[in-house]
Design a protein around this ligand. Structure first.
Ligand code: UT7
Length: 342
């Protein structure tokens, strides 16, 4: 039995923001690019369209737009931040990190900054790390971002993958709060033995970029879709149940589930197994799978549309490359006094 370090205070989301590119790519556009159909894509995935970043736009640009909205929502300025964490698999460059580029771009001059690579589970991982650092008293104001331009690593000749993904960014500012409020429980898991199910083979130290790797299209996403699908349904349910058990909550206590937006069928099946079909938030039809950005964009949309009310119990649950998966349960308390800071 692991003993847990005591927390000094709670940690909660004080503001959210999101950004998606203007350009819309519809299923009908894709019909002209690969051997697919609107009917197949909608039936198998629920996706109707996705957003694609303009040439010259970098992941940090979308992250910046989302970050500034989240700071504004939290009523804060960037120099108050003491940490910036960006979850992404599509950083501007392998190094420096996307978080350091973002820190410079928003003028967060008092902040440390680093990236997290956990595929589509990246935001759940980053939020969990932020929670530990704030609740332990080490940091006060942490900016957590999930941001991706997947369209740059998608093989636009591969119908198995190119119909799924889109670009975007979502952000949250994490601040201290009273015990029992804000983030209640986090579950993080991984199984590297299935890493080859979802992989970008070339461009790293194992297979550096060369004419050969480019010619072989190895700088694009490769995915065993059906394997990931079956894995995802199982682990989403497991992660949700584990978080509920740890938090001593019942599924009836949860008001909203914001799952990783990977596939509507997959989301529906996991929700059915959890007995929580009516609690799920989905925007996949409009945005497709934006990897680490999908949960924070959905969270921001749910918050800004007024769906989330203070006191609501919200579950975030995701899975992705690694393979990784995890969940967060939080009590929505945006705008409440920072009583944990006293
Ligand atoms: O964020 C994590 C990232 N990954 C995921 O979330 C992926 C999870 N997996 C999925 O969402 C689904 O597995 C897919 C949507 C990728 C595929 O759906 P599926 O129902 O598992 O289809 P499948 O891979 O078993 O393929 C069925 C058929 C195949 O044809 P044959 O071999 O039966 O003749 C595919 O070639 O569908 C074909 N197919 C397509 N047909 C039309 C695959 N992609 C397409 C397409 N248009 N875009």
């Amino acid at each position: 039995m692991k003993t847990r370090a005591p927390y000094l205070r709670g940690a909660s989301i004080a503001g959210t923001g999101s950004a998606v590119p203007e350009r819309i790519l519809t299923n009908f556009d894709l019909e002209k690019m690969v051997d697919t159909s609107d009917e197949w894509i909608v039936e198998r995935t629920g996706i109707k369209e996705r957003r694609i970043a303009a040439e010259g736009t970098a992941t940090s640009d979308l992250a910046k737009e989302a970050a500034l909205k989240a700071l504004d929502d939290a009523g804060m300025t960037s120099d108050e931040l003491d940490l910036v964490i960006v979850a992404t698999v599509t950083p501007d460059t392998i190094f420096p990190s996307c978080a350091c580029v973002l820190q410079r771009e928003i003028g967060a001059k008092n902040a440390a900054a680093f990236d997290i690579s956990a595929g589509c589970t990246g935001f759940v991982y980053a939020l969990s790390v932020a929670r530990e650092l704030v609740a332990s008293g080490r940091y006060d104001n942490v900016l957590v971002i999930g941001a991706e331009i997947l369209s740059r690593i998608v093989d636009w000749e591969d119908r198995n993958t190119c119909v799924l993904f889109g670009d975007g960014a979502g952000a949250a500012v994490i601040r201290p709060c009273a015990f029992g409020e804000g983030i209640i429980e986090c579950v993080l898991r991984s199984d590297g033995s299935h890493g080859d199910a979802l992989v970008l083979p070339a461009g790293g130290s194992k297979m550096p970029a060369s004419h050969g790797t480019v010619d072989s299209r190895l700088h694009y996403i490769q995915m065993k879709g059906n394997l990931v699908y079956r894995f995802a349904v199982r682990v989403m349910v497991e992660a949700a149940v584990e978080a509920l058990n740890k938090a001593n909550l019942k599924k009836e206590d949860v008001d909203y589930i914001i799952p990783h937006q990977a596939n509507q069928r997959l989301i529906d099946l996991a929700a059915e197994r959890l007995g929580a079909q009516d609690k799920v938030f989905s925007n996949i039809a409009r945005l497709g799978n934006t990897s680490a950005a999908s949960i924070p964009i959905a969270l921001d949309e749910a918050a800004r549309s007024g769906r989330l009310k203070n006191g609501d119990m919200v579950m975030l649950v995701g899975f992705g490359a690694g393979l990784t998966w995890g969940s967060v349960i939080l009590k929505w308390n945006k705008g409440q006094p920072d009583s944990g800071n006293m």
